[in-house]
Ligand binder design. Structure first.
Ligand SMILES: Cc1cc2nc3c(=O)[nH]c(=O)nc-3n(C[C@H](O)[C@H](O)[C@H](O)COP(=O)(O)OP(=O)(O)OC[C@H]3O[C@@H](n4cnc5c(N)ncnc54)[C@H](O)[C@@H]3O)c2cc1C
Length: 447
């Protein structure tokens, strides 16, 4: 029977980040991935600055920077949409990553499969890395439920049944996680009153900014990818997808042309509805990420609404932090499973906060009323113009730190911005940035 140090179920971004971190410390890892071919489903493509910092620690950031598109800011246009179909700009609200005091003050757009290939190719250079693909984890066949210990797993690989043993099991299998079920974790699920349509199409070379256009009844996002392509998303009401398909492809392309006429010759290159993917946002949370010698990371532990571009980043950051902890446990020779709880302690709070932030971002676009848009514009303008609120928001979504929202923010929201001094803000922003001690406290315990 084969024996590993850590078995990771799921070779998505979360599982591969974890695997790379572990094999770099010579931990014997098996990744079990069921899909043979690159995934055709659209998954996250926007890398937040904190994920870049983790990839820097792992020595792969240059490979990622080489093939990704930089976004120093996200430009939001709130539009007035007249009944005759014409539009005019009501407010322009840029949100700047480049105000952050961090090594990578920008987000990056990268095709999801390309990112996975970078991680996989690097992991494959280590002898301690084992990759079974296509292979499917079926169930645990030996466990002590009372002690929460999982000893043996049944895996189908090369059309044969394998029983493997491992010191630790990690569920990185995405939303339908078998390990989460084995851990008896119940999901708390939030559904939304909207869906998204998404597709990639060519862009002009000079179209390099990420832009979102919102009116009282429409929302579209345009996020440039490398190689002169662009990822677009459109918010629709549930049920509209089938109606739009019947009415014709123009019902999808027209709003892009309406808000961004310079893309007319590009968006019309989309050939069929087959290229356009329906995306149903969902949010789920659970109470525990760890049980005995098993842990879950990424979407297995928390699915978030995609509006703030966090899902993929939470998976990467989970993988990096759990990877560092397991690395440390092997280096220090303390393999007590209860150590894994430290991962939960660090990551659950951060994921819950970003899940909430993504949820509120989604609510901002959830109802198609003019008065609702006015409220959103007023709030966004405040966030953009007040230096502290702007910084706080970008710091929090970047994952680089967390600066708690306080009752004082309500005063900042309502009052004039010149009341607040820059010097104090710099000091506070530094304190709110996560240090190595915050990310990896086990490394500092005996110092
Ligand atoms: C339709 C959709 C749209 C999204 N849009 C965005 C977005 O705009 N922005 C964003 O940041 N995030 C987005 N996300 C979320 C983002 O893609 C995920 O948060 C991220 O991919 C999670 O990574 P993961 O590694 O946890 O899981 P996944 O990427 O789902 O990887 C899990 C892997 O496990 C494998 N697997 C599952 N079960 C088994 C098994 N039993 N045995 C072996 N292998 C198994 C799967 O094949 C898969 O490769 C979207 C997700 C979906 C589904």
């Amino acid at each position: 029977m084969e024996q590993f140090d850590v078995v990771i179920i799921g070779g998505g971004v979360g599982g591969l980040t974890l695997a790379l971190r572990l094999v770099q410390a010579d931990v014997k890892v098996l990744v079990v991935e069921k899909d043979k071919n690159p995934g055709k489903i659209y998954k996250g493509e926007l890398l937040q600055p904190k994920s870049l910092l983790h990839f820097d620690e792992m020595g792969v950031v240059d490979d990622i920077l080489d093939v990704s598109h930089p976004l120093p800011a996200i430009h939001t246009y709130e539009m007035k949409e007249h009944n005759d179909g014409t539009t005019e700009t009501m407010a322009y609200i840029p949100l700047h990553y480049d105000r952050l005091q961090t090594r990578f003050p920008e987000a990056r757009m990268i095709p999801h499969e390309q990112l996975k290939n970078i991680l996989l190719d690097r992991a494959k250079t280590f002898d301690s890395f084992h990759y079974w693909n296509p292979a499917t984890f079926k169930e645990f066949t030996a466990m002590d439920e009372k002690a929460g210990r999982f000893d043996e797993a049944r895996i189908m690989y090369n059309q044969e049944e394998h029983h493997i043993r491992s010191s630790f099991f990690v569920g990185a299998e995405g939303r339908s996680s078998i390990i989460r079920r084995a851990m008896k974790q119940n999901l708390v699920t939030t559904q939304y009153n909207h869906h998204f349509l998404t597709v990639t199409f060519p862009r002009p070379e000079e179209y390099t900014e990420a832009r979102m256009y919102a009116s009282h009844k429409s929302f579209i996002g345009l996020f440039p990818l490398p190689d002169n392509e662009i990822r677009c998303v459109m918010l629709i009401k549930p049920g509209d997808y089938n109606k739009m398909k019947k009415a014709g492809l123009h019902t999808f392309t027209d709003p892009f042309i309406q808000f961004e006429p310079e893309l007319q010759d590009y968006v019309t290159q989309i050939e069929s509805w087959k290229d356009i993917q329906l995306m149903i946002p969902i949010r789920h949370n659970i109470h525990e990420y760890v049980k005995g010698n098993a842990a879950i990371i990424g979407d297995a532990a928390h699915a978030v609404h995609p509006m703030a571009g966090e899902g993929m980043n939470l998976a990467i950051q989970d993988g990096a932090v759990l990877g560092d902890l397991l690395q440390y446990m092997y280096q220090s020779g303390n393999l007590e499973p209860k150590q894994l709880k430290q991962f939960e302690k660090i990551r659950k709070k951060r994921s819950d906060r970003l899940s909430m932030l993504s949820h509120f971002s989604a609510l901002g676009y959830a109802w198609p009323f003019r008065w609702y848009q006015w409220g959103r514009v007023a709030a966004l303008k405040r966030f953009e113009r007040h230096p502290i609120l702007h910084y706080k928001h970008m710091l929090n979504i970047s994952g680089v730190g967390w600066w708690q929202y306080t009752p004082m923010d309500a005063v900042r929201f309502a009052g004039p911005s010149w009341l607040y001094r820059r010097r104090r803000f710099r000091k506070r922003s530094k304190l709110a940035t996560f240090s190595d001690r915050d990310d990896y406290p086990w490394r500092f315990r005996n110092q």
